[in-house]
Design a protein around this ligand. Sequence first.
Ligand code: ADP
Ligand code: MG
Length: 665
Amino acid sequence: MHLFPYRHIDKTKITKIADLTPSVDYAQVQGKLWYYETVGDRSSRRLTAFLTDETGVIELTWFKGINWIEKSLKQNQAYNVFGRINFFMGKVQIVHPEMEVVINGPTPAKSYLEPVYSTTEKLKSRGLGGRQIGKLTACLFSLLSEENLLENLPQSLISKLRLLPRYEAFKQIHFPISNQSYEQALRRLKFEEFFITQLRLAKVRFERHRKSKGVVFSKVGELFNSFYRDHLPFELTAAQKRVVKEIRTDTGSGHQMNRLLQGDVGSGKTIVAQLIMLLAVDNGYQSCLMAPTEILAQQHFHNISELLHGLPVGVHLLTGSTPVTERKFILQALAEGNLSIIIGTHALIEEVVQFKNLGLAVIDEQHRFGVAQRASLWKKAVIPPHVLVMTATPIPRTLAMTDFGDLDYSIMDELPPGRQPVITVHRYDTYRPKVMDFIRSEIDRGRQVYIIFPLIEESSKLDYENLMKGYENVKAFFPEPGYWISMVHGRQPAGQKETNMQRFINKDTHIMVSTTVIEVGVNVTNATVMVIENAEKFGLSQLHQLRGRVGRGSEKSYCILMTSTKLGSEARERIKIMTSTNNGFEIAEKDLELRGPGEIEGTKQSGALNFKLADIVKDKAILETAKKFAEVVIEEDPELESAENLQLKNYLLSLHGKTPWSKIS
Ligand code: ADP
Ligand code: MG
């Protein structure tokens, strides 16, 4: 049932030979075998036959199986012939046609389009070709009826959306009476796929909202208020205010929050996290912020400590390189509840880290953490803490719907005021001296520059050598002591990485040569130029992330994508997109279109890949509709108890345990 044909052969019509034109693809004709002969010798040997109906002559040709076919052909016999129509030197021809002897009068045309299924060489060699599978399917289908292939969608939905009934849809997708009814079947079954998933996701969300128990942040307290009033260095954007409000409502409801915060690079997610952490403290709970890298954790720690300076709340940092004595102190303080805000890396989820009353866990740049890692945070409190996951880059809408549909999500689609879009250009390697001149002019104006080299694999020797060569090259253009360069890469010990990074942050160095370790989150507002070497080797979201490292202050900023002149068409397309927009949400959509859901980072076990027919890119509109109606159904009848939803409920029960429900919660 669920092995769907990939194409159909139209044998519903019998065409007159005179009506065959070059625009006809496959055709079926009926006529008498006029005569046949083998011509040519050895490698050019072929069998030709001529078939006539009352309108004309068609030539039939075989290059293989000649002896066998020649024996089976009979002059003056009537045949039904099917195949791909060729025009060869003005004559109409079928090579290797399918032949069927017409016995009593003309064979009637088939009443449906004949399905062809994908198969394998091995199956084919055992007689199970694409069309043989069709014959099996037809045979099996005859055993089915509306009684055992039950409808699963509510009747009202079927009529409202003018969907084919389920049995009919399966029939028409395998054996359609026309292309049009095939399309209708496809639409119905795609809708069903999306609808069932969306229903389950909506149900998980609904259940969590209703049943989960969460700590209550009932009040906005002194800490939050005085920070907001006296310490916030800028006015929040409207999007930030909206999201803070959404989270406050959520965390005050008594249910556990499980929220995804999506924001473009530089939209200011950190300050939102910080405000919610203060809210937790105000309500007597501890909170933690977990970052994917040591550098990022350090940076969050410095920024947040600085912003909280003068307020009666302590912030601490726990990473793999925290000294033993300090670590001991932190662990004890966390367990005893003397420490309210902790920032760190994976170190936070280790068994030894125990909280007295963890109320909120913020996870920055979620792609980097596995599900199990996140789940281990839950276990650190009796009542699971509220969870706020912040993405590194926007996720395409449809992917968010299929993959995170069980979460609540907030979107920050606005950048802080005064930001100028980063000017992005594409330059070939031959242009490098000019690029270096430009960099020099920016440095002379007191600005700093990133030069990024690809590091596809942490262990790749080639990438590493490429980086070192690049570094030497940059150094030749910018010699000490006039210019200072920091270099950061994955092979350095953590301490050295941190020192080099810190020198750049402190403006002691002008240029940061680095691999993508600085990709996420790093914030140096004085940096105005981002040069990306071998830009063709990066994916769109990575390029966008990297570009997001500049343009963080009010200065005009630049992103220069360097490539060789040899560029594949997809790389060219990526670069075109980068130079035409700064909008991360738009880029995410394009990325999905270009690569498909399977290739997007973090979606290897994506729910978006579980669809047999539907495609979250091409069938976006159907997905939107399915989501909308799934939510309505769950809202109106969460237990699916009404008579109308009964068949839906039975269907879901029959699927129980067959589909993974949810990745995150
Ligand atoms: P991201 O969402 O990429 O994590 P960050 O939280 O690092 O972004 O914020 C980027 C920069 O923008 C930081 O320097 C931050 O202080 C600043 N910022 C955040 N919100 C605002 C705002 N409302 N107005 C001005 N600057 C802001
Ligand atoms: Mg960030």
